[in-house]
Design a protein around this ligand. Structure first.
Ligand code: PAF
Length: 281
């Protein structure tokens, strides 16, 4: 595995790989890597790609007062995980490499960013689209791999790729969970042991909602109410939202018509966690 920090080295390495007949797979990350990221890297490796992983904590997707400065940056561990999972090229740029002096261009998503996390994180998805567009332009991947945990992000990026005519296929890979169901996330590192136990209630809540829908409940309000009860029962938290949405359009459903996605965002002191589950019938 080679590591590069600037755009021209990155492009050179990728051009050489492409000339040798390799497809280019891309896993964009902000580091703080875990099994979820490893599963994306392995997926790209198993597809036979020349696997490019970026580690870049993107300042434009963090709001004022969010965790940009304390976001984990364990670069040695991250590089080891990349290597052992099958990464070919690690791109680890400085902020000025992605946002050069005088930078002012942004990619603004549309209505897909209006619901769910959008109102709670103003500007977040604009920052995500902006950095992903820049990274795609540098890497020019054939396939880019994203995790289903960030479901809204994945839908918005699919839209952006279609709208901006990027020649990149987006593959969204399943959520990787801890044994108690907690979705793997870099931000789980912020949780105290007590909060960590409480955090398992997110998945329990989603499963409760899934069971209700599978038993025939079609009233989204009732499903949300039952999930809220599971979360409340586990201890104090601040629920940003619990939503039942169409998995593709993200439109909220009052009357449930599967397939639907149940999605939620919960703040435990110091950590904002998101999770979702798709219910097919
Ligand atoms: O999902 C993430 O880690 C980030 O939002 C991404 C896609 C790497 C953009 O910074």
């Amino acid at each position: 595995m080679n590591t590069v920090t600037n755009v021209s080295e990155c492009r050179q390495a990728i051009t050489a790989a492409r000339k040798s007949g390799k497809s280019i797979g891309f896993v964009p990350t902000m580091g703080g890597l875990h099994e979820g990221h490893a599963s994306l890297i392995r997926r790209s490796r198993d597809a036979g790609d020349f696997v490019v992983v970026s580690i870049f904590v993107n300042p434009t997707q963090f709001g004022a007062g969010e965790d940009f400065s304390r976001y984990p940056r364990p670069i040695e561990n991250d590089a080891a995980l990349c290597r052992s999972s099958g990464c070919s090229l690690l791109f680890n740029p400085e902020v000025s490499e992605i946002y050069p002096p005088g930078d002012e261009t942004r990619v603004r998503p549309g209505r897909l960013a209006d619901g769910m996390c959008g109102p709670f994180r103003p500007g977040h998805f604009e920052g995500v689209c902006t950095v992903v567009a820049r990274l795609f332009n540098i890497v020019q991947p054939d396939t880019a791999y994203f995790g289903q945990k960030d479901a809204q992000q994945a839908v918005i990026i699919r839209r952006m790729v279609a709208d901006l005519r990027f020649p990149t296929r987006i593959e969204v890979c399943p959520i990787v969970r801890e044994p108690d169901g907690l979705a793997m996330s870099t931000r789980n590192a912020y949780l105290s042991p007590e909060q960590r136990k409480q955090a398992a209630s997110l998945y329990r809540g989603l499963r409760t909602g899934q069971e209700l829908i599978q038993r025939g409940e079609r009233n989204a309000g009732k499903v949300v109410f039952a999930i809220r009860a599971v979360l409340d029962d586990a201890g104090p938290s601040h629920i940003d939202y619990i939503a039942v949405v169409d998995p593709e359009t993200l439109a909220e459903q009052d009357e449930i018509s599967p397939p639907v996605m149940i999605a939620l965002a919960v703040r435990l002191e110091g950590a904002r966690l998101i999770d979702n589950l798709i219910v097919t019938k």
